[in-house]
Design a protein around this ligand. Structure first.
Ligand code: DAH
Length: 359
């Protein structure tokens, strides 16, 4: 068989190969050690130099042509194989969910969603910030003086110092409170401001009421005439909506935070019996958060003139709110990832918090 006949035959075989294995067989039969083209190549040795020159060129051209044909057929067959595989492995996402494996919303997420609904209705929007913070946002700008004992009270987790910096500037830490975002919000936006922040916070502490990671809600309002009466009204409205209790007693007890002056601890009214804690009414009080008027030094630290603007801020633990509302006794269980706990305390994902329905 001469080169032209062989090429015609191979071309036909290549086109007829309808999977990658069949194509590989054709390749071996043509270009393999004992292949037809290899055979013809061997024959070149027996020819005269003139003959070899002509035949050699023709044979090499033919060999390249066949190799190219094999390659393009291989591409086509690979695509066909991939398409078939994709079709076969397709996941039909329109399948019904399996009720026996239904997920649920974690009480922390649920509580946050409820808070967003309540605060959005009061004209607040959300601000955010990083979990890894610096000394400026966590302490200095919030009017914690250098070496002040309040810095130690926070049981801070420090990260290795930033290279090339010194002292407080080099410090990196896991934020100990969401108050860091007061600073971030005020640096990012000009007053008037109404912001809430929710997120993870970290302190080196672990027992029934403390976990090294927990969540806080922070709120702030900065305007020209905002005062403590507004603060109390805002908190009272929020707690009443959150706990679904009308006319909930709210009490402020004098306290100290470096970033507020005056500062107060927030208590809400409750009744306690041996077996039950009921929010509202009663003659007992439950501590639920901290608050105060933003300290003039904090406003100065972010370039806001304290002679023109003033405002309030408050902070509270989200787990504590969830524990009180949903009767969850142990803080640590929030983060154990026990699916039975999740199923019991979790919420229906389709039942989103909504002020109109009161849930
Ligand atoms: N950052 C405080 C803490 O973690 C809570 C707090 C108290 C926040 C008073 C405030 C506030 O905004 O005004 O203990």
């Amino acid at each position: 068989m001469n080169a032209a006949e062989l090429k015609a035959e191979l071309t036909q075989k290549i086109e007829a190969a309808n999977d990658l294995n069949a194509l590989e067989e054709v390749r071996i039969s043509a270009l393999g050690k004992k292949g037809a083209i290899t055979d013809l190549m061997k024959g070149l040795g027996k020819m005269s130099p003139e003959e070899r020159k002509v035949e050699g060129v023709a044979l090499n051209v033919m060999k390249d042509d066949v190799a190219n044909l094999l390659e393009s057929r291989q591409k086509i067959l690979k695509k066909i194989a991939m398409d078939a595989r994709l079709k076969h492995e397709k996941i039909d996402i329109t399948l019904d969910s399996r009720p026996e494996r239904k997920g649920s919303i974690h009480p922390i997420t649920q509580t946050m969603d409820e808070m967003i609904t309540i605060f959005a209705d009061m004209g607040f929007d959300i601000h955010d910030g990083p979990d890894i913070e610096d000394d400026f946002h966590n302490f200095t700008a919030l009017n914690f003086p250098p070496k002040h004992p309040a810095r130690e009270m926070h049981d801070t987790f420090y990260l290795p110092d930033v290279e090339g910096k010194e002292g407080d500037e080099a410090k990196r830490l896991l934020r100990t409170h969401t108050s860091t975002c007061q600073i971030r919000a005020m640096l990012a936006h000009k007053p008037p401001l109404r912001k809430i922040v929710m997120g993870r916070t970290y302190r080196s502490d672990y027992d029934m009421t403390h976990t090294p990671m927990f969540h806080q809600l922070e709120g702030m309002v900065i305007d020209k005439e905002t005062n403590m009466g507004h603060l109390k009204g805002c908190l009272k409205t929020m707690y009443e909506k959150f706990f679904g209790v009308e006319d909930l007693p709210v009490r402020f007890r004098p306290s100290f935070f470096p970033f507020t002056e005056p500062s107060a601890e927030i208590d809400i009214g409750c009744s306690k019996s041996k077996s039950e804690l009921k929010i509202g009414g009663g003659d007992s009080w439950l501590e639920i958060g901290g608050c105060g008027m933003v300290h003039p030094n904090v406003l100065k630290a972010v370039g806001i003139d304290p002679d023109v603007y003033q405002g309030f801020a408050f902070g509270m633990g989200i787990e504590r709110m969830a524990m009180l509302k949903y009767g969850i006794p142990d803080l640590r269980t929030f983060f154990e990832g026990d699916t039975r706990w999740n199923a019991h305390y979790g919420h229906d994902p389709l039942n989103k918090p909504n002020l109109a329905t009161g849930s």
